[in-house]
Every structure is written in structure tokens, then in C-alpha cells.
Ligand binder design. Structure first.
Ligand code: DUC
Ligand code: ZN
Ligand code: ZN
Length: 482
């Protein structure tokens, strides 16, 4: 067989195995894993490199309305361009339903925003902010059947958050349709109470974003979300977990037998609330929700990755410009932390940070890295086995990592729309020097290889977590999982 491309002599790693072999690529797919593969139009020498599935970032916000006068710094073009710089071949972004809007109307808008602009493949999670009987009973079943198999609900933010009865209705609809629900867990009433108290005391600086969103507000909401999911008997994903107490809630729910996925993000490993406590308004650069905590919380999030309490390591890329009247320093944001838009850029830095701090420092294995940054995202969000692994028949979405390459992260390297990175000056070891998307080079020697954006929308199957069910083995008290 003659291939389009052969990747030779690389060390291939999947979520379960590490082995040396050559990869033959034909028509955008992995066609052979072997040695002595013969000839191809293009031979890539991967000697000394790790050959990994392209990163899948399943938590990315692009071109989302973000409040009056505030504009998100990345559209689908700049956001996915930054994603490929950081070794990602697929991103899952959010399609935000405005109140009163149908899900179909929202999807039409987001498809139009993404069409022809993406450097990665893309899919959309629905965000349900208005769970009417029509939305849950009519629209959702049809959209899940059409491949929009996940959705997010918020327990915080006035205008976005759902009440418990609405969450129950949404979970019930997910149970009936086979959708996977992601939950943003923070107690809005507690946060609003604390914001009021802070403002009464004249506390307006960015650092008070952290003290008005304490661990207890996240822990309580996490516990409540898990309890509601238990009552409905449906799997959920707890997204962007920032601390031990919320992480332990996930562990306990699993011990009760619940099907739960957990996610953490780079900001909870690398930043703390002290980053928000800086001169002038510099702290605004680090305002995100939940906020970064303390070094013990960082250690807990590492433990969650080491022990696979977290299945997913995502960026929660939610970029705003800093020095910009439409960004962090909007007129109202300069006056009070409550108006600083929540979110930080990170789609390009997610993988290098975990590779360097996690794999190179011996905290997680290379196989865990692959699982937590690609394979588990594909499985949980219905893209597997087309994506998220190196296997015959899978899309040839492949990242070549140089484990020796040392890079100092600077904003101009990241090619995103934001005017800063929270990780400016951080030195990492290991960098994705080449990236193939369905067999085509997107990144070559760390730089954009093709000015054309060749990403496609991908429809999704049911989540592996929704498919996982217990069968009775016939022995009392024992069950096996499919
Ligand atoms: N939640 C997110 O998932 N992203 C950014 C802001 C937020 O609150
Ligand atoms: Zn969130
Ligand atoms: Zn998010």
C-alpha cells in the first residue's frame, strides 16, 4: 500500500500503551501501525519525539456574548488558531442559549460564527438557560439525536443560573434523551450575599472576586448537583473543580455508585488567589470562576489528576483583553470586581503546562496525559474512537511532541486575541512541534503550516458515561459494568 504520509520512528503513546512504531496515513485516516511501511508522498521523521493523539479541549468559550459593553477576545478563527499552536486538533465550544431563544436559533448562530473559520475540528455543547417544556420536551430530544449530545447548566450568574427545580427538569430530560450534563457548581445566593457585604464594606478591588466566591460556595453547589443527579439517576460532569473539598465530593459520589466525571483546569494547578491581589488592577487578569485558591488546593487538584478523580483536564479558555474598555478594564470593571468579566485565556497553554509540570516532573504518566487531555474527552463527549486515540481507522489527528524543547511562554507566541497570558514568563519543557488534522499538517516546527482554516464541525455520539450501565451478574451484591 502507498500512503499519503508515514510518520517514522516515533514513540507512540495512547491512553493505555507506549510503543515504537510507524504510522501510515491514507485519506486522512490512520491506515496502518507497523514497521517497514514502504513509501509515501511525505515521510515525517519522528525520531526522539512522542507521537500522541491531537489534544481535545472540551471546555472552550469562543465568540460568546459576555455582558453589556464587553467583548470576548477570541472568535472561532483566533481561538482555534491558538488551539493548534498548543497541540489541539479538536475543541468543544459552548452554544449559549439566550433567554427566550430556541436552541435551534442559538445553534444556527454558532454554526454561522464557526463556518469556514476553524483551524481545529469543532463541536458544540448546548448551554441551557431557559429550560421551558418546549426546549426540554421537543427541541432537546431532536438535537441529541442529531449529534448535540452534551449540555451545560449554571448554578451561578443571574440570568444564566437555573433553580434546583429547573436543574431537576433538565437532568430528567437528559436522562430520557441520553445527553450528558456538565454543571458549573457555585452557590449564587451565597455569592450575591458576599458581594453585597463586600461592597458595603468598601471592598472593590479584583482580589475580592476570590473572597466572594469561597470554597464553601463551590463545595455546597457540587454536593447539591451530585445529589440532584443521584435523585434523577443520571450521570453528570462536574466542570472546573478548583479545590479538595469539591474533588472529594466527586470521589464520594462515585463510591456511592454514581456515574460522575470530573474536570480540572491549568489555573487551579498554576495560579492562586494571591495572583488577584496585585498592585493597581493587575489582578483583573486572573479573575475567573471558580477563582484560583491556595497552594493546598493546587496540591489537591494534582492529586485528583494523579489518582484519576479527574477524567478531564480542560482549559476553560474564556478570553478577554486586559487593557481594553471592552475587556477586563471596562469602565465598571475598573470600579468594582463584580463587573470584571470572568475568564482567562488558556487554550494554547493547557497541554504544554500539563506536559511540563505533570509528565516531565513525574506527577502523571504519559498515558495519563493522553487520557486526560484527549482520549477521555473523546469518550465522554461521543467522539471516540474516531478521535482521541492512535488506532487504525481513527482520524489522523496527531501531535508530535519534542520532550526536550524548552519554551518560555510569552503572549506573542500564543496567537490568540487576548493582550496577555496569565502564564507570561513560565518556562515549560516539552512542546507540540507538529500537528496533523485528519492527515494534513496544521503546525510545522511550532508554527502555523497552512494559512487556510481546514477544521470541520463534527457531530457526536452518546457519551461513554451515559452508555455505562450496571448489569446484574446474578450474584447478590455484585454488579459488573458494561
Ligand atoms: N464558567 C465557565 O465555564 N467559563 C468561564 C466563566 C464561568 O463562569
Ligand atoms: Zn462554568
Ligand atoms: Zn467555561
Amino acid at each position: 500500500m502507498r500512503f499519503d504520509t508515514i510518520i517514522r520512528n516515533g514513540t507512540v503513546a495512547t491512553a493505555s500503551d507506549t510503543f515504537v512504531c510507524d504510522i501510515g496515513i491514507l485519506d486522512g485516516k490512520i491506515a496502518s501501525l507497523s514497521t517497514g511501511l514502504g513509501d509515501a508522498a511525505e515521510i515525517i521523521d519522528a525520531t526522539g519525539l512522542f507521537v500522541l493523539p491531537g489534544g481535545i479541549d472540551s471546555h472552550v468559550h469562543l465568540d460568546q456574548p459576555s455582558g453589556e459593553g464587553v467583548v470576548m477576545a477570541d472568535d472561532f478563527e483566533s481561538g482555534t488558531r491558538s488551539a493548534v499552536i498548543g497541540g489541539n486538533s479538536t475543541v468543544l465550544t459552548f452554544c449559549m442559549q439566550e433567554k427566550g431563544q430556541t436552541l435551534r436559533e442559538a445553534l444556527k448562530e454558532y454554526h454561522a460564527k464557526a463556518e469556514g473559520k476553524c483551524y481545529t475540528d469543532v463541536a458544540f455543547h448546548l448551554v441551557i438557560t431557559d429550560p421551558t417544556a418546549e426546549v426540554l420536551g421537543q427541541e432537546l430530544p431532536a438535537l441529541v439525536a442529531a449529534g448535540y449530545t452534551s449540555l451545560k447548566v449554571f448554578m451561578t450568574y443571574e440570568g444564566l443560573r437555573l433553580r434546583d427545580d429547573q436543574i431537576l427538569d433538565t437532568l430528567d430530560a437528559a436522562r430520557r434523551t441520553g445527553a450528558l450534563v456538565m454543571v458549573h457548581c457555585e452557590n449564587e445566593d451565597a455569592i450575591r450575599y458576599l458581594i453585597g457585604r463586600h461592597e458595603d464594606e468598601g471592598k472593590f478591588a479584583p482580589k475580592y472576586h476570590a473572597t466572594t466566591r469561597p470554597i464553601a460556595a463551590e463545595r455546597e453547589a457540587t454536593h447539591r448537583a451530585l445529589s440532584l443527579a443521584e435523585i434523577v439517576d443520571v450521570p453528570i460532569v462536574i466542570v472546573h473543580v478548583s479545590n479538595r473539598e469539591a474533588m472529594e465530593e466527586i470521589r464520594r459520589a462515585r463510591m456511592r455508585g454514581q456515574k460522575i466525571a470530573g474536570e480540572t483546569c491549568p489555573q487551579y494547578l498554576m495560579l492562586t488567589a494571591a495572583d488577584l491581589d496585585q498592585d493597581a488592577l493587575e489582578g483583573a487578569k486572573f479573575v475567573c470562576s471558580p477563582p484560583p485558591r491556595d497552594t493546598q488546593s493546587q496540591d489537591a487538584c494534582w492529586e485528583g489528576l494523579e489518582q484519576d478523580v479527574f477524567d478531564l483536564f480542560s482549559s476553560d479558555h474564556c478570553p478577554f483583553r486586559y487593557d481594553d474598555p471592552q475587556g477586563k478594564l471596562n469602565e465598571k470593571g475598573k470600579r468594582s470586581f463584580r463587573w470584571i468579566p470572568n475568564g482567562i485565556p488558556g487554550v494554547a497553554t493547557r497541554l504544554p503546562i500539563l506536559f511540563s509540570e505533570g509528565v516531565m516532573k513525574g506527577r502523571i504518566s504519559l498515558n495519563q496525559f493522553v487520557a486526560q487531555t484527549s482520549t477521555n474527552h473523546a469518550k465522554l463527549y461521543g467522539l471516540y474512537p474516531n478521535k482521541g486515540t492512535i488506532a487504525v481507522g481513527a482520524d489522523a489527528d496527531i501531535a508530535l511532541w519534542d520532550p526536550a524543547r524548552k519554551v518560555t511562554i510569552t503572549n506573542d507566541l500564543l496567537s490568540h486575541g487576548s493582550d496577555y497570558t496569565p502564564y507570561e514568563g513560565l518556562e515549560v519543557q516539552g512542546w507540540p512541534i507538529r500537528l496533523l488534522l485528519r492527515g494534513k499538517s496544521v503546525i510545522n516546527d511550532g508554527l502555523l503550516a497552512d494559512a487556510k482554516a481546514g477544521g470541520q464541525y463534527v457531530s457526536r455520539q452518546t457519551s461513554s458515561l451515559v452508555n455505562a450501565r450496571k448489569i446484574d451478574t446474578g450474584k447478590s451484591g455484585q454488579a459488573a459494568e458494561l
